[in-house]
Design a protein around this ligand. Structure first.
Ligand SMILES: [Cu+2]
Length: 155
């Protein structure tokens, strides 16, 4: 009898944690801005317990924010806005590896190393249900690199 009760409790806990953590944002960071620079890109790793896609990003420090992807064009790295970032169930998406970043434009203040910047992702699940995911990115010194993935500069 005692053993049956224990199993029941464990099952309930598992159900709770699955519901509370469908989408996770880890390792979010952005580079400190140079003088006069009014845009920044955020890198992070996203994971979801269900099939989903990120359809929007916003931040209180930016006038506007977009989902961006890098693309090589005529030997130059260009970036362009995309409508969504794919987020298949249980398959973490490392934005840097896939050439994506979250683009903050029209920054209201410079980003300083050691600070953090809050941002919100709008996630749409396969059933069209949408959820807001709050996260924050650590601001790293201007010289921080993304292990060779950084091919572009924002001006
Ligand atoms: Cu960009």
């Amino acid at each position: 009898m005692k053993r049956l009760i224990l199993v029941g409790v464990v099952g309930l806990l598992a159900a709770f944690s699955a519901a509370a953590a469908e989408v996770k944002v880890t390792g979010a960071w952005a580079r400190a801005t140079a003088p006069g620079q009014d845009s920044a890109s955020i890198q992070c790793v996203l994971s979801s317990g269900k099939d989903a896609r990120v359809v929007a990003v916003s931040s209180p420090v930016a006038g506007s924010s977009e989902l961006h992807r890098m693309m090589q064009m005529n030997g130059m790295m260009m970036m362009h806005a995309v409508k969504a970032l794919p987020l298949p169930a249980n398959k973490p998406l490392d934005l840097a590896t896939e050439g994506y970043h979250l683009m903050l434009m029209g920054l209201k203040q410079p980003l300083k190393a050691g600070d953090s910047v809050a941002f919100t992702l709008t996630v749409e699940f396969a059933d069209k249900h949408r959820e807001q995911v709050e996260a924050s990115a650590d601001i790293k010194p201007l010289t921080a690199t993304t292990e060779g993935h950084e091919h572009h500069h924002h001006h």
